[in-house]
Design a protein around this ligand. Sequence first.
Ligand SMILES: *[C@@H]1O[C@H](CO)[C@@H](O)[C@H](O)[C@H]1NC(C)=O
Ligand SMILES: *[C@@H]1O[C@H](CO)[C@@H](O)[C@H](O)[C@H]1NC(C)=O
Ligand SMILES: *[C@@H]1O[C@H](CO)[C@@H](O)[C@H](O)[C@H]1NC(C)=O
Ligand SMILES: *[C@@H]1O[C@H](CO)[C@@H](O)[C@H](O)[C@H]1NC(C)=O
Ligand SMILES: *[C@@H]1O[C@H](CO)[C@@H](O)[C@H](O)[C@H]1NC(C)=O
Ligand SMILES: *[C@@H]1O[C@H](CO)[C@@H](O)[C@H](O)[C@H]1NC(C)=O
Length: 834
Amino acid sequence: MKKFALLIILYLFNLFYDCQSQNIKQPRLEILPNQPVQRRAINRPLVLTCSPNVEQKDLITDLKWKDSSNQTINPKQYGSQPIIYTETLNINQLMLVITSLTEALAGYYYCSASYANSEYIEEKVKIETYVAITYKDANIYQTTNLNTDYVIRCIVTANPPPSVDWLRNGDQIKSSEKFIIKHDGLLVKNVQESDDGIYTCRAAVIQTGELMERNIRLEVQIQPTIEILNDVYEAIEGEEFSAKCVASGKPPPLVQWIKDQRDMSLADRFSVVPHNGQLSITRVEAEHDRGIYKCLAKNPAGIAEKETRLNVVMKPKIFELKNITVPINNETMLICKSKGWPIPFVTFRKWGSKEELRLGHQENDDRIILEQTVDNEMGESTGILVISSVIRADDGLYQCVARNKGGTAFEVGHITVEYPPNFDHMKDLPPVFSWEERVANLSCMAMALPNATIEWRWNERLIREMQDKFLQIVEDGPRSDLIVRPVERRYYSAYKCIAVNKIGRAEHIMELREAHLPSAVAQAKPIEVTATTITFDIIGPPFEIGMPIKAYTAQYKEERNPDWLYAFNRTWSTDTPYVIEGLRPQTMYTFRFAARNDVGLGQWSAIKVQATPSRSTPETPKILNQFAQEVEDGELPIITSLFADRFELIWNRPPDNGEPIDFYAIKYCPGNKINNNWNEIGRLCNEQSYIAYTFSNFVLKRLMPDTYYKIELRAHNAIGFSSPAYAYLKTARGAELKGDIERIEEEHFHLSSISIVLIAILAIILILLLIDLTFCITKDLGIFALIFSRKSHTTNQRRFERQNEKRELITVFGQQRQRQQQHSNDAIGKNSSV
Ligand SMILES: *[C@@H]1O[C@H](CO)[C@@H](O)[C@H](O)[C@H]1NC(C)=O
Ligand SMILES: *[C@@H]1O[C@H](CO)[C@@H](O)[C@H](O)[C@H]1NC(C)=O
Ligand SMILES: *[C@@H]1O[C@H](CO)[C@@H](O)[C@H](O)[C@H]1NC(C)=O
Ligand SMILES: *[C@@H]1O[C@H](CO)[C@@H](O)[C@H](O)[C@H]1NC(C)=O
Ligand SMILES: *[C@@H]1O[C@H](CO)[C@@H](O)[C@H](O)[C@H]1NC(C)=O
Ligand SMILES: *[C@@H]1O[C@H](CO)[C@@H](O)[C@H](O)[C@H]1NC(C)=O
């Protein structure tokens, strides 16, 4: 045993020695990392470093790396990028660099060198490759369409081959109806929106213990569909337009609008919002913008498209309307051309009339027809107003109206109706008068269109050619004046005025007549005679139309005066009251009358002798205020006042009958008017005298509102009062509706009630004094008792005294009262004097 143990120790020692001696003796190369066989993942870089393990490193030469086919691997050349190359690290250290390991590069690599120029040394290493888990076709973002089967692709490579499974939300997916795990991925059957989400593709290599996970986002996409888009849109020319093509899909599709293969988002005036599908046009142009548009909705899942038509409403425009002139009784047409879309309806309206013409014959006038022609190609329509036989009333302005749903256009044209001359407006004119060679103006005017020219004939001869210096023509149309100086009788004659235009002619006879002074006044009758005035009724002489009586003159004198030389005169224009004033009473007068026209004053005639009566009271004045209503016989006129509290009475000065009026007496009484019976409140009457020489008006004041008054007005002169004039007055309603007569009576009562109150107060004081007195006498109490108590001694004496005192008291009280009264009277006096 000992021997065996010794042997082992010897062996171990020997080993150690061997190793020591080998180390020293044998030069070696060393490769780091130093496993002789190395497994490396492909596609990774790799570095192997070879360094000599010798005592004298400087004896090493020719250090190099060789591959398995004994080819020396070269160092990297400047600028080149080899997969495999060597690189010297330090002196005697050489690196082998593989930038990316491939399976082809697997094998032995040798590092060799010469030692001391004689000994060849070599070391080798074996590189084995394996493939790490690599996701080859496994995009982390994958999309699929709805309702399809989709394989979530996840191809994993590794060597040794990996096993692959799938997770969703951390849980393993088991193969089922819905999910089938396949070699190239996970098959999802009939994809729904709920399948959207994150899937984990997990790979594991049992041999290497490698495990890798990859999260793949699956997006379920939905193909776009166009949800809202009309078949037809309508835009109005010149205005804004917008339409929306609403599309759905996932992800939300973007919308494009296409017209004639053009993307409208690039066109002028157009704008497109891709996110919501809105197409807008800032100012629609009919020609360019109408047509077929295509809406394209796109997302990664697909494209949807739909067509729509855009019609453009063109507001109507009237581009032709010519004024026309037409001879009377002829046919005419007023033509109005318009454009627009939809093609407008064209009609007319006579200026000033609200009604538009309707197609065809007009109901109220079948001379007038409205026709319409439509040119669909040009988008034009023409309205034609046809009048089969024009009359003068057709002349005027016409409004052409072109209308479609885009609006209405108006244009005004006119029809001028030509007509022959006429003298209708001169038919009833009186003749022209002249006298004493006065120049006469025969003015002749013809109505005509076009204007007429006028010529004059006298006894069928053209005056223009006569060269008569007493006949002069001023102007020749449409008005012409024939100026005649009738130096001879023959000029008083008829002249013919002839008007001509292109439509026709007309004649008018104008007469020049000699005028004379008016003939005698037929009659002048006194109809009202007072002491100082006479009113006449005059029947004038006959006169010619065109030479009216302009005035009448009367001359008058006292009859005893034989001479007319100093007679008075009075002239009236016609149709005024013919009154002569300022006559003397009780006097006989002679009157004569004459009429006056433009020629002069006619002869005196209608001589009348008339006496004035003697002086008397004045005539009845006449109330001139406006009456509220017609006055029936026997009833008094009612005048309403604009005011509630006053009224201005106006009357005319009556003839004074020889003595001047010195005043008027005005009386006005309030009262009731019930069933035409006047109930007067006599005590409220008011009577006033009014001295009036010049004025004949008077303001009644302090009237009650809403009250009837009866007014009596009389004039007075030295002889006496005239008979009265009466009228009722009704005052306006006041602010407070007082005015009832009862109310007035109440007021009277109210005034007297003040004194009643005073009396009552006095009575109360008296009663109080009496009570006090009785208390004093019976019970010896009260104010009096206090006063007198000091004086009383015995009851008898007291009684006696009391009786006396009573008397005294009464007198004292009487005196006191007197004094009091006097005092208060004084106070009143003072107050009133103040
Ligand atoms: C490479 O060369 C060495 C000696 O230089 C030799 O021993 C070896 O057999 C050769 N290998 C091949 C494959 O030729
Ligand atoms: C107008 O009408 C008249 C008859 O009615 C005819 O003689 C004339 O020629 C017409 N004029 C025109 C311009 O049509
Ligand atoms: C037609 O007459 C109207 C009114 O007199 C005028 O305003 C308009 O300019 C005229 N039109 C033409 C085309 O002459
Ligand atoms: C004639 O009378 C017309 C109408 O009254 C007037 O307009 C015209 O001026 C007169 N002519 C002369 C020359 O006085
Ligand atoms: C026609 O007469 C009127 C009135 O005298 C005048 O104002 C008008 O200018 C005339 N017309 C023509 C076309 O001469
Ligand atoms: C009327 O009287 C006035 C003045 O008294 C006198 O001038 C005038 O000539 C008289 N007229 C007549 C027509 O007598």
